[in-house]
Design a protein around this ligand. Structure first.
Ligand SMILES: [Zn+2]
Length: 138
């Protein structure tokens, strides 16, 4: 139930390891095997999709209806892209029976203009100069 509560409602596209880490915060004795088996069951039952969006990294997606994905180069965050936002000219190939397709877009997400990045910090090697003490006059 704890696995379902998180993974079936999230929009984060977590890996199995991330699901385990998240659920283990509340249920520290929940084993990896239990989490993995539960995820596989959800995939088998069609409640969850397992996607390999970047090499060697499988993630889980509760959004079953067709959609595309955007992966932010900077943060690695995977976001859903509405199906209609991307037009694929021809998804048919002679000699192939295409069951489904999905576009993975990569790049940088434009930051909202109201949130300006902090100005760059220019490292300073200069030490504060202290005024030499005036010799005491006696
Ligand atoms: Zn998705």
């Amino acid at each position: 139930m704890a696995v379902a509560e998180y993974v079936l409602t999230t929009d984060e596209h977590p890996s199995a390891e991330q699901v385990h880490a998240r659920v283990a915060k509340r249920w520290p004795y929940l084993s990896r095997a239990t989490v993995y088996n539960t995820l596989n069951l959800f995939v088998k039952e069609g409640l969850l999709k397992q996607l390999v969006l970047s090499e060697g990294k499988a993630v889980f997606d509760p959004k079953i209806e067709r959609h595309h994905h955007f992966i932010d180069d900077v943060t690695g965050r995977i976001e859903d892209v509405p199906w209609d936002a991307v037009k694929v000219g021809n998804a048919r190939l002679d000699g192939y029976d295409v069951r489904e397709y999905m576009v993975v877009l990569r790049g940088r997400k434009a930051r909202p203009s109201s949130v300006r990045p902090a100005p760059p910090v220019i490292p300073s090697n200069r030490k504060e100069t202290k005024k030499p003490k005036e010799p005491k006059r006696t």
